[in-house]
Design a protein. Structure first.
Ligand code: EPU
Length: 336
């Protein structure tokens, strides 16, 4: 079913709670609805997919069409002794699927508990947390190609997943509307507790069961990340920068406690939260906006902020990090 809204307020549809409007919002629940929405001669000129609105910053009224998937079917498509595969519609809340898997004893999604957002958004930036990424369980992505007017499928390999990266941010940017995602989960335990304090938190709960891992991840997230229901934010505002090994070594010689992680092609990923923290910006507040005091990677709207106030703060943070470390940190959030 298609539903069409005009001049619709966006405050409740973006986790920053910025008070902008969209000229049009078109909701759909069936993939075939997109054939109607993008029918020849009738296709919207300017559009953007709005999922849960958790990774977006509106800086002005949106003068195009926000396409909003609301389909919520979750279907088991294959099962054998070791695995279970399912297809989840784009409009399902990511954490509802994680909870579904954990309740049924299926391994693979638990480290990604409580990540805000919808299934349809998960492949776009290959969401990740606590040593796991969506790509570890995604097998296929079904989408509507607006340039060709066709429903197509990509295998995991064809999605070109990387750290907060996929083909949907590059070759398929502005031409793909994800309708459903297929995942394969495992029936045998395969705990992945290598990241940070996770092992300790899980042991404190009695060991590596699915329920304990989910509970530990939720507790860690709740302790560091502000609840969007109370304070506007979009999770990590910046990506962790990936730099050449030589640059990382040079910085490590000066800052031996700087957290770094291996990245593709011998590069190193640096914790941007640490860089912002060390640049003295953690807890910094300017008017309605600020840098979260428990996780410096998160910018917050204390209430009533405009998107442009958030941008101005982001630029101030980028400048502070660049002046101290010579590194440019880039937004992870979509800015419209
Ligand atoms: N750190 C600081 N100060 C801070 C924040 C972090 O010193 O204010 C240090 C921490 O002590 C730690 C390191 O930086 O040594 C990394 O911090 P953390 O484990 O909190 O993770 P992160 O790299 O800052 C990433 C993801 C988060 C995800 C966590 C946990 C990105 C951009 N962010 O943050 O994802 O929850 O790892 O896996 O990769 C999101 O994308 O919205 C998000 C919240």
């Amino acid at each position: 079913m298609i539903r069409h809204f005009t001049e619709h307020p966006l405050a409740e549809m973006n986790s920053f709670h910025v008070r902008e409007h969209s000229a049009h919002i078109v909701e759909f629940d069936q993939p075939s609805d997109l054939d109607t929405i993008f029918a020849e001669g009738n296709a919207p000129g300017k559009w953007f997919v709005l999922g849960g609105g958790n990774n977006i910053l509106f800086t002005t009224r949106y003068d195009g069409v926000l396409i909003h998937p609301v389909g919520k079917n979750l279907t088991i498509i294959a099962e054998d002794e070791q695995t279970l595969s399912l297809r989840a519609d784009a409009g399902i809340e990511w954490d509802d699927m994680v909870a579904w898997c954990v309740e049924r004893g299926l391994w693979g999604a638990e480290n990604l508990s409580l990540i805000p957002g919808t299934i349809g958004a998960s492949p776009v930036q290959n969401i990740g947390a606590y040593g796991a990424e969506a790509k570890d369980i995604i097998t296929r992505v079904n989408y509507f190609n607006t340039a060709e007017g066709k429903h197509l499928t990509l295998s995991k390999e064809e999605c070109h997943f990387g750290y907060r990266e996929s083909i949907f941010k590059h070759d398929l940017r502005s031409r793909a509307i994800i309708t459903s995602v297929e995942f394969t989960l495992h029936k045998e335990p395969r705990p992945n507790l290598g990241y940070g304090d996770l092992q300790r938190e899980v042991e404190a709960r009695g060991g590596a069961t699915l329920a304990n891992i989910r509970d530990a991840v939720c507790a860690i997230r709740r302790s560091k990340l502000p609840d969007t229901a109370e304070i506007g934010n979009a999770g990590s505002f910046f990506k962790n920068p990936v730099v050449d090994a030589a640059i990382a070594e040079d910085l490590l010689a000066r800052y031996e406690n700087m957290p770094t992680y291996p990245a593709a092609d011998g590069c190193r990923k640096i914790a941007a939260g640490w860089l912002i923290d060390q640049a003295g910006m953690k807890g910094y507040r300017k008017g309605n906006v600020g840098v979260h005091d428990r996780q410096a990677l998160v910018l917050v709207n204390f209430g009533g902020a405009t998107g442009n106030e958030v941008i101005a703060l982001a630029q101030e943070v980028q400048r502070a990090v660049f002046e101290k470390f010579g590194i440019r940190i880039e937004p992870e959030v979509n800015i419209l």
